[in-house]
Write a protein that binds this ligand. Sequence first.
Ligand SMILES: [Zn+2]
Length: 343
Amino acid sequence: MRSILIKNIISILFNIANAAKESAYKTKRNLAKVFTFHRIGPSSSCFNSTIIISKILFLEILEYIRCKYDIITPFQLCELARNNTSRRLALITFDDGYMDIFNNAFPILQQLSIPFTVFLTSGALDRGYTDWDRLDYSLIKMVGRTLDLSKVGISQIEVRQESISTLHSILHQALKKVGNELRLEIITEIERQAQILPLERTMLTWDQVRIMNDSGLAFFGAHTVTHPILTQISTIKAREEITGCRDRLHAELGFQPRLFAYPNGRAGDYNEKIISILKDEGFSMAFTTVPGIITSDIDWFEVNRFDVTQENCVSTKGNLFPPRLELETSSIWNALLRAVGRR
Ligand SMILES: [Zn+2]
């Protein structure tokens, strides 16, 4: 027993050493960090504190990044990757296309003249909200009531104010794993019982997208029509999700997007088939949510990004703590986390 434990410890240490060695090697050729945001500003409807940060913190983060890095566009990244630059580069991206970007982030980005890229879920913009918003609003409406999900094979759930955040988090995690059709069926059933429709708009309007596009600072990419995890649906449906979003952006903005971000974006949420569809359909770059620094030997269809959340960049007092942001987005830290199975 003891010798197995010692063997395991040695094996972990060996992996960490290898990861550190690999990471040190990569550090020599580090090219850029891509920072990802979702929502900026307070929102009573959003339970998920990992996807929302305050305007003040957003401003602090951008001022810090602007001071330490050259903030560039995805297309400049392509050029600089070929030229082997020694500059510290960063990109700012937003996923999904929430209206907060226009109302809260865009004025700050304009004030600081920072280029940014937004990956749009076209169907959510057309409808005004995401399927996750439908779930979130429904849960708020169901407080004090019982959700009866026996129709979809789940028992009854008491929705209580004191445990609603936990319930929300468990439901989100579970629904990501059940496959697209069942996920939508369950959300629709919860929504039916909560009777929340019509929902308030949470997503950007196409007019807001055009205003940001005209500013010259914003770049837009596709993020599918309905935000399914692409490996959980058929290849035909995956192609429709990709081309449907591409064509909607083309119709609204007058150009065909070449940038794409995988919904959810973790390893396993995309594969070779999806990458080959993207190449077929005219895309030249696709972003994941797998944390990692971009190196000069980048795979343009697996561009790593770092999620910036309230939790991974602030001090205990809630202010921006730059060493924490740098640590969380360093190759050595991420290699160590991978080695111990935390990433
Ligand atoms: Zn997304």
